[in-house]
Ligand binder design. Sequence first.
Ligand SMILES: *[C@@H]1O[C@H](CO)[C@@H](O)[C@H](O)[C@H]1NC(C)=O
Ligand SMILES: *[C@@H]1O[C@H](CO)[C@@H](O)[C@H](O)[C@H]1NC(C)=O
Ligand SMILES: *[C@@H]1O[C@H](CO)[C@@H](O)[C@H](O)[C@H]1NC(C)=O
Length: 399
Amino acid sequence: PSAIESRHQELEDRQRQNLIIMTPALLILLGSAVMLQADLLPDKKSALLPPVNFTIKVAALAQVLLRWEPNPDQEQRNVMLGYHVKINAPQEDDFETRNTESKHVSVLHQGFSASVQTIPWSDHALLASSWVSAELKAPPGSPGTSIVNLTCTTNTMASDWTPLRPYQVSLHCTWCVGKDAPEDTQYFLYYRYGSQTEECQEYTQDTLKRNHACWFPRAFIHSKGRDWLAVHVNGSSKHAAIKPFDQLFALHAIDQVNPPVNVTAKIEGTRLSIQWEKPVSAFQAHCFDYEVKIYNTRKGYFQDTPGEMVVGNDEPKPWTEWFLVVLMATICILFILSLTCRRCHLWTKLFPPVPAPKSNIKDFAVTSNYEKTGSGETEIEVLSFVEEPELEVLEDFVF
Ligand SMILES: *[C@@H]1O[C@H](CO)[C@@H](O)[C@H](O)[C@H]1NC(C)=O
Ligand SMILES: *[C@@H]1O[C@H](CO)[C@@H](O)[C@H](O)[C@H]1NC(C)=O
Ligand SMILES: *[C@@H]1O[C@H](CO)[C@@H](O)[C@H](O)[C@H]1NC(C)=O
């Protein structure tokens, strides 16, 4: 037993010794771990690391998908990171995002290039990373072979298909053949609106049987016009590679607006009241501006409103002598304001203050009164002219 006891004692001693030796080692280890930890904490003066695997891919017609990954060596997990994306070509643009991908609409026939850097999202004491870039090469093709002067227009008709799609939009595009395109060149047109891409089925051809216009009687254009309409025309020839061509169109800029509907005019007391409804269009009522022309049948004068009223300077005739005919057909839409169509400015834009009448027409259209009734798609515009009480006109109005 004494041998066992002494053996036990010996073991205990050795453990104690080991502990004495190991403690500083443990402390050193612990210390270095703490120092390592400190290294991992954000160093306020160091720059972030750039993203990796940045790629640009064609996602759809005239649309690219930019994608990148956070830098795997970026250890600062407790820092919110974002990315600054810069489009370099064909058109400069830049934006910031927390995502690691982004879709971008752009013409692609001249190629596309972009750069991205890591940025601190909230902690602005950190420095942004260096940039990484990627590019999409311009598609091949001989110079002078791509189409030129592409123009497209849309027109809207009421559709009786379904209440969900009350409109039928047709698209018509024309172009000129590239000046150096071989005679056997054939062109093909595609458009994309939203997620729908469609190839032209109804071409018009020139004398050499080359397509130079296209007609889509029922295009997939249903929305209220916030997206770009992307058009792509490529081609083929046995003798040359045909350079493709892309163009983006804003729908409000190419829409051939229809005339207003249900135009009526009537006299109420001393008022001439003209009413009409929004034209057939997917655009909302507040996107439209109207011009009204009132025609004097006796003198052949036109009166336009709003805007400066044009009447003959040589004929200082009182208002009472005007035979007025409201020409329904000449009530025309001036323009669509914009896609955003901010309502707040509409009425001042629609109806600017009536300018001071010229001296020879001082009795003329003293006040113009505008009302608006209805709502949504069947909005009705009412335009009234209120006469001075001393003027008796009514029997002179002819409709
Ligand atoms: C970057 O791409 C390479 C090759 O495709 C891949 O092995 C690697 O995992 C990617 N890196 C990241 C951070 O996704
Ligand atoms: C294209 O349009 C431009 C400018 O309107 C014009 O000068 C040119 O002649 C047109 N090209 C062709 C091939 O029609
Ligand atoms: C033209 O473009 C369409 C759509 O991108 C593509 O599917 C087609 O292969 C192209 N044709 C030629 C001749 O390049």
